[in-house]
Design a protein around this ligand. Structure first.
Ligand code: CP3
Length: 342
């Protein structure tokens, strides 16, 4: 039984009969068991209490049967650790009362010791690894520096993140100072996650697709590379720059093992751009989980037929939505598990 997990095999490029499957945001509001804890404890209490974070992390493993666990936490713990207050406002999402706009703001950010203040994450990882008992691997994660900058400058979610982009375009020197500080803290934090037992690291660049190709090259790619170069000697790294389909070829020359794709990318295009050098992850439109189950099963088959079973991790193209019926999430996972390459 000491066999390597499917996810690790897929990341190494070993031939497989079926791909591994997990879902972004798999620990979340579509699960009634999550809602029970959500009604009892506020968001950051759930994140900062290792026993709660562990319990929530295990829910989709036990209830849905995914092939990997992803730690229940949030990308916004980094701005918190750097000294910014982050609130999670009901029905609105994140809110940062104090934003970054000047040299003085950047100088005031904590870098040294910031990662160490996130020791509750290390405890949650160690506890989760113990509870998982090698059933499935554990994915650790962080936000990409550009996406974290978006929240630090804008102070909240936004369709266009125009303030954050204006900051980058009009004051690139300040932007790079900020991105470098975020990168340093993120690298230290991710190494701590690996020290505590994370088997794989995913970096979420949720808003990189708001940048054009040139600006992505300037404000996102160098920092993704820095993180991947530092971590990839220890564990496989998955980069998910959502919406940055134009950067596939550059990403395929990075040190990462895998690239996450949203549903706007054709599998054939991604394979051709990456020359089969990388494992690809994605890219089921989360809205399709609202379709009747037989249609979900058909769409999953079509997706795997297109990606192939090798160098592929079945996933959604972004996080699962709170209104997805649990049975539909299960049907998605089971359809992948029942797939067999001829
Ligand atoms: O994937 C998982 O199950 C692990 C846990 C996880 C959460 N957030 C828990 C969460 C992960 C990997 C994240 C990453 C995250 N957080 C991202 C990158 C991924 C993405 O979706 O693009 C971003 C941009 C955030 C910031 C964030 N956190 C937002 C915008 C929100 C509010 C919007 C929303 O989805 O509710 C959160 C809150 C959050 N983080 C929830 C969960 C389960 C919902 C909290 C709740 O109301 O219970």
């Amino acid at each position: 039984m000491n066999q390597e997990h499917l996810l690790i095999k897929a990341l190494k490029g070993e031939p497989l009969e079926r791909p591994p499957v997990w879902m972004m945001r798999q620990a979340g509001r579509y699960l009634p068991e999550y809602i029970l804890l959500r009604n009892k404890y506020d968001f950051f209490t759930r994140v900062q209490t290792p026993e709660l974070a562990c319990e929530i992390t295990l829910q989709p493993v036990d209830l849905i049967g995914v092939d990997a666990a992803i730690l229940f936490s949030d990308i916004l713990v980094i701005p918190q650790a750097m000294g910014l207050e982050v609130q999670m406002v009901e029905n609105k999402g994140p809110f940062l009362p104090k934003t970054i706009s000047s040299q003085k703001d950047i100088d005031a950010l904590i870098v040294e010791g910031a990662a160490a203040s996130l020791d509750y994450v290390s405890k949650a990882i160690a506890l989760t690894k113990k509870e998982l008992n090698s059933r499935v691997p554990l994915i650790g994660f962080a936000g990409a520096p550009f996406t974290i900058l978006c929240y630090m400058v804008e102070g909240k979610g936004s369709k266009a993140f125009d303030k954050a982009k204006q900051f980058c375009f009009s004051q690139p020197e300040l932007a790079h100072q900020l991105l470098n500080k975020i990168t340093d803290v993120t690298i230290a934090y991710l190494h701590e996650q690996v020290n505590s037992g994370a088997d794989v690291i995913q970096v979420f660049d949720s808003w990189s697709g708001l940048l054009g190709p040139e600006e992505f090259k300037q404000f996102s790619m160098p920092y993704l590379n820095k993180i991947s170069d530092s971590l990839s000697a220890r564990v496989p790294v998955i980069l998910f720059p959502k919406g940055s389909w134009y950067a596939m070829e550059e990403l395929s020359n990075s040190s990462a093992s895998a690239i996450g794709l949203d549903w706007c990318v054709k599998p054939e295009f991604a394979r051709q751009q990456t020359q089969n050098k990388k494992t690809l992850q994605g890219n089921f439109d989360p809205c399709k989980l609202l379709l009747p189950i037989p249609q979900i099963e058909q769409e999953v088959k079509t997706m795997i037929d297109a990606f192939g079973t090798n160098r592929y991790i079945a996933n959604l193209g972004h996080g699962i939505l709170p209104n997805i019926p649990v049975e539909h999430a299960k049907a998605f996972v089971n359809a992948v598990k029942n797939y067999r390459a001829l």
